[in-house]
Design a binder for this molecule. Structure first.
Ligand SMILES: C[S@@+](CC[C@H](N)C(=O)[O-])C[C@H]1O[C@@H](n2cnc3c(N)ncnc32)[C@H](O)[C@@H]1O
Length: 235
């Protein structure tokens, strides 16, 4: 029986791009160039992930980051709500010889961590799927999964353009980032993202991180529509 109240957010209702769709899953790695293996390898090194560390990857997708962390000897929990994504990631991990990953079909708001507290929680391009109230709940849950002084790495579509320029900024983002069909994320994908998903402003995310008990040690505004944070659990 579920231990969550009846008013709890239903993570199984897919919004935005449908990552249960096999066609989406199979083309994901070609489209998501920000998660290429060499980029994830650099991130693993930059965060200092190594053998003996416990890592949780929330919204792990096709598992590229989880695989690179596992190949460094870390023990990884790869969490994703999509069965298709998880199946694909599992197959990829097998092929790559990444044997220290446990896969869990769960979400930000439902995953219960029953292992050693984590040294690192990673979440990339996924938190935006939740409305802001539930992002805050998710970040408090993340904090409870981490050791004292554990690290949260968050990267997502996060807006740092001046609020008054929202229309031009979003138009510019879509125009410059979209690719023709078959070559990457299309105009239609970006429009779905804006209409149906819940990306928000940097100042909102930063307020939430602080209130969830994190100190932000690095904030990088990669573009006006993407940011990454390295945070330490202090409370
Ligand atoms: C854009 S992909 C990002 C995958 C990967 N983190 C990366 O950087 O390439 C977003 C992932 O979040 C997953 N997802 C969607 N809602 C979720 C939820 N509530 N909890 C956990 N994962 C979720 C999707 O199934 C998808 O695999």
């Amino acid at each position: 029986m579920s231990s969550f109240p009846t008013w709890y957010f239903d993570e199984s209702q897919i919004v935005g791009i449908d990552f249960e769709d096999i066609a989406q899953v199979e083309t994901f790695d070609c489209k998501q160039t920000s998660s290429a293996p060499e980029i994830e390898q650099v991130l693993v090194k930059r965060l200092g992930i190594s053998s003996g560390h416990t890592i949780i990857d929330l919204g792990a997708g096709t598992g590229t980051f989880a695989i690179q962390a596992a190949l460094k000897g870390a023990s990884v929990h790869a969490i994703d709500i999509s069965r298709s994504m998880l199946a694909y990631a599992q197959q990829k991990a097998r092929k790559m010889g990444a044997t220290t990953i446990k896969f869990h079909r769960d979400g930000f708001l439902t995953y219960k961590h029953n292992d050693d507290l984590a040294d690192f929680v990673i979440t990339k391009a996924a938190l935006h799927i939740l409305p802001d109230f539930w992002k805050m709940v998710a970040l408090m849950r993340v904090s409870s999964m981490l050791k004292p002084n554990g690290i949260l790495y968050l990267r997502d579509v996060i807006f740092s353009f001046p609020i008054s320029q929202y229309e031009a900024s979003i138009d510019e983002w879509i125009e410059h980032s979209s690719k023709p069909e078959g070559e990457g994320w299309t105009v239609k994908d970006y429009q779905i993202h804006m209409r149906e998903e819940h990306s928000t402003f940097a100042w909102i995310i930063e307020g939430m991180l602080t209130r969830a008990g994190f100190e932000i040690t690095q904030a990088n505004y990669l573009t006006p529509t993407a940011a990454e944070y390295v945070c330490i659990k202090t409370a």
